[in-house]
Design a protein around this ligand. Structure first.
Ligand SMILES: *Cc1c(COP(=O)(O)O)cnc(C)c1O
Length: 362
């Protein structure tokens, strides 16, 4: 049934992105027959026992893989991480209160914008002065803020916090593009949220991992569909959850668990990032676009020092079966997104292409 002659592509897409082949195979099989039930995953009720088990497993795997405290709760909602930008102030910003934000890129900026429509926002740190090519450090978070929000990995600009800011107030983090890529301590966060499509699963689900004790203190009247407390109380079944996206995320988290968990992913991601950045720094035609100490392991960004050589470089990597390394339209150059499922082998192919290109044009 599976087409085994699929063209070999090294997929560097920034998201939606590569997932393990085994996950695609199981996901495809379940569309025709979910675990021998004779029913497709696409046609079962979200209230069925089969799906209740899938949801429970996905929630448990999130907590287990990240090492979350027992009382933390997980929900999967639609709307993307962008809806999360809205849900954060609605659920955590008191009426008349103030929120602290770090602005380190496009997504962080959008989160600020959403929060501003609900109250006062104090941007306590920003790297906008240098087109977001670094992570601000040593800033102060006011202790009268209701929460502090930051973006752990800046998908578009290729920077990543290596140490998380110390905060006197509850911390909320958009981890969309580096969740499950490295070990974190969820107990330091009131809320971690992430769109599934970058390291967890397909587009369509956004995961919220939250400390329920930090919810319900705003004094706001929150409509039930936007109320994280409500979604948690209904165990992510207040309305129909994104069934298939949750299912495929569950399969991917099972794969991660069987492949060394987050620690294993962290080691593989470090090896991949080392291989690519080493080439960027060694080969004189290339240069990285961010501060070295803030380089993202997930989304390395780089440019050709001579942009007129781009068509020649593009032809070479395309010929090698590489896909998706053109930079975001707001940055230009190149971005090689290296999420968990991208094998080191694909990175070596890119490094070889960069070496060959350097020989021809150096
Ligand atoms: C992709 C991305 C988003 C936006 O996600 P949507 O699901 O498209 O809303 C938000 N934050 C970060 C860090 C991202 O990488």
């Amino acid at each position: 049934m599976m087409n085994t002659t699929v063209k070999k592509v090294h997929n560097y897409s920034a998201g939606p992105c590569i997932l393990p082949k085994e996950v695609f195979e199981k996901a495809a099989a379940a569309v025709l027959d979910l675990d021998g039930s004779g029913l497709s995953i696409l046609e079962i009720s979200h209230r069925s026992k089969a799906f209740e088990e899938i949801m429970a497993k996905a929630q448990a795997l999130v907590k287990e893989l990240l090492g979350a405290p027992d009382h933390y709760q997980v929900v999967f909602l639609g709307g993307g991480a962008s809806l999360g930008f809205h849900l954060v102030p609605v659920n955590y910003l008191r009426e008349g209160g103030k929120a602290a934000y770090a602005n380190t890129g496009e997504w962080a900026g959008r989160a600020v914008k959403e929060a501003r429509s609900h109250g006062t926002v104090d941007v306590v740190a920003s790297s906008e002065d240098r087109n977001f090519n670094y992570i601000p450090k040593g800033f102060t978070i006011p202790n009268d803020a209701d929460y502090f929000h930051f973006t752990s990995n800046n998908t578009i600009f290729g920077t990543q916090y290596k140490a998380f800011p110390k905060s006197p107030v509850p911390v909320i983090c958009d981890m969309s593009s580096d969740i499950f890529s490295r070990q974190v301590d969820p107990s330091e966060f009131a809320l971690i949220y992430a769109g599934a499509q970058k390291n967890m699963g397909p587009a369509g689900a956004t995961m919220y991992l939250m400390d329920p004790e930090k919810l319900g203190h705003t004094g706001r009247k929150i409509s039930p569909i936007l109320d994280l407390k409500n979604h948690a109380a209904k165990d992510s079944m207040y309305n129909t959850p994104p069934v298939y996206a949750v299912y495929v995320s569950m399969l991917n988290l099972e794969w991660l668990k069987a492949n060394g968990g987050v620690r294993g992913a962290e080691e593989r991601n470090a090896a991949k990032a080392h291989a690519l950045y080493e080439a960027i720094d060694r080969l004189p035609l290339f240069t990285g676009t961010t501060e070295m100490e803030d380089r993202s392991t997930m989304n390395p960004t780089f440019v050709l020092k001579d942009a007129s050589l781009e068509p020649a470089f593009d032809a070479l990597w395309k010929e090698a079966g590489i896909s998706g390394i053109r930079g975001h339209r707001s940055v230009g150059g190149y971005r090689a997104s290296m999420y968990n499922a991208l094998p080191l082998e694909s990175v070596m192919v890119l490094v070889e292409v960069m070496e060959e290109f350097s020989k021809k044009n150096g």
